[in-house]
Ligand binder design. Structure first.
Ligand SMILES: Cc1cc2nc3c(=O)[nH]c(=O)nc-3n(C[C@H](O)[C@H](O)[C@H](O)COP(=O)(O)OP(=O)(O)OC[C@H]3O[C@@H](n4cnc5c(N)ncnc54)[C@H](O)[C@@H]3O)c2cc1C
Length: 394
């Protein structure tokens, strides 16, 4: 039965909110979780293609974007990736490293969902509940909702970011922060594909391993040509560092130097045609496309002029795109921006201006790279805020 007085009320039953509930319940606190949708952990369910990429073995502040890049360091210290994996082992949740340290559920996201729901089952839940106001009066938070008024000594706001609107996301965290006089960094889509002025439609559906870069930031991973532009992990990762007008460098053959390998072949008096030679490094489709774009006929390698080799080098290693736009919040995996970390304690996630009020997860100006970094931060910040909100009330 739902009461109306709690030690802790958590707004948002996503990755961060449910972890916060599980964490607070360990301290025997009374907890209510409010969500405006009909079920918990809906992003976690669809994450990682249904197998939830929930953390990464290569965990460091370098994998997060924020106005304050140091803010996350305390969370990384407090919530160890290896302790969490040990907890998964203890609960018989199988997982595996797919690539680049990315840890996925071996079966389905439901394994981790069931674990979190078991850990938080002593909380009360109020779904399909809209919040009309949140105020603090005489050291007590009062939350007016479509299902009545609830009071608590602490509140954790874990309502996530604003990407993927079909899941019913909202601006609640940012609006509440502003109501309490806090600064909010503007949101923008991140981990998002690009739209190109002239997409390479002939290659749509083809992927290749490449290096994407903006300034000193770079990623090695797969890129996918689409009907509208470019996608795939190498593009999603670099997209978080992109803003309109900026060009992105793409090395289409990052692990070799085309000039060197062609010259070696040339001097060994190879009789090979360039087209079949290129197929050692690219799919037939991509090889033909590169030769077409560089205007090089399918001639014998030994007949290639230095100018043509230079052309190939520039096209393959110095390929550059200038997206007209990203594909927006509908497609973006996360939103960048959110509650300014200056407003929060990096040790507890409590706000500096309002004691007992916490923000966690994607609602905060911390955006992780692709690869399990965002769910992990949602868990870590939820766990820490859940624990600290209890200690503050002792
Ligand atoms: C398709 C997709 C795949 C992804 N895959 C991965 C992955 O494999 N690995 C990874 O690390 N990250 C992944 N992400 C990102 C990751 O899911 C999010 O960063 C993470 O879920 C954020 O957790 P959160 O708890 O902060 O917010 P959410 O999980 O978004 O939870 C927020 C909760 O708050 C509720 N809420 C919102 N507004 C209100 C309101 N006004 N009142 C009450 N409740 C409200 C929502 O209904 C929701 O339940 C993926 C995202 C998408 C869209």
């Amino acid at each position: 039965m739902i009461d109306n007085k709690y030690d802790l009320i958590i707004i948002g039953a996503g990755a961060s909110g449910i972890m916060a509930a599980a964490s607070a319940l360990k301290h025997n606190k009374t907890v209510l979780v409010i969500d405006n949708q009909n079920a918990p952990l809906r992003k976690v369910r669809i994450s990682g293609g249904g197998r939830c990429n929930f953390t990464n073995l290569d965990m460091s502040a370098d994998h997060y974007i924020s106005e304050n890049p140091h803010f996350i360091k305390s969370a990384i210290k407090q919530f160890s990736v290896y302790d969490f994996l040990a907890e998964m082992d203890k609960n018989n949740i199988p997982y595996y490293e797919k690539k680049l340290g990315q840890i996925f559920c071996k079966n389905k996201s439901s394994d981790i969902i069931n674990y979190l729901l078991e850990q938080s089952k002593a909380a009360d839940f109020s779904f399909n509940t809209d919040i009309s106001s949140l105020q603090k009066k005489n050291n007590v938070f009062e939350i007016e909702t479509s299902k009545g008024c609830f009071n608590s000594t602490s509140v954790i706001i874990a309502t996530g970011g604003i990407s993927c609107p079909k899941l019913g996301v909202s601006n609640f965290a940012a609006e509440t922060a502003k109501n309490f006089g806090m600064n909010v960094i503007d949101y923008s889509p991140a981990l998002v594909p690009f739209r190109l002025q002239n997409p390479y439609i002939e290659l749509a559906g083809t992927s290749l391993f490449c290096k994407t870069s903006i300034g000193k930031k770079f990623f090695y991973d797969d890129m996918l040509f689409t009907h509208k532009g470019l996608s795939g992990p190498a593009i999603l990762k670099i997209s978080s560092y992109w803003s309109k007008g900026i060009s992105i460098g793409i090395d289409l053959l990052p692990n070799a130097n085309i000039k060197q390998i062609i010259n070696q072949e040339k001097y060994s008096k190879s009789e090979q045609a360039i087209q079949s030679f290129m197929k050692n490094y690219f799919s037939a489709k991509v090889a033909s496309w590169i030769l077409y774009q560089t205007d090089i006929d399918n001639k014998n390698i030994k007949e290639l002029s230095n100018r043509q080799i230079e052309l190939l080098y520039n096209f393959i290693h110095l390929f550059t795109i200038k997206p007209v736009a990203d594909m927006g919040y509908d497609i973006a995996e996360i939103s960048k921006g959110g509650i300014d970390t200056k407003e929060l304690s990096s040790k507890t996630f409590e706000t500096n201006k309002v004691s007992g009020l916490y923000f966690t997860g994607e609602a905060i100006d911390i955006a992780g790279d692709l690869g399990g970094y965002n769910i992990w931060f949602a868990f870590a910040s939820g766990f820490i805020a859940g624990k600290c909100s209890c200690q503050a009330n002792l």
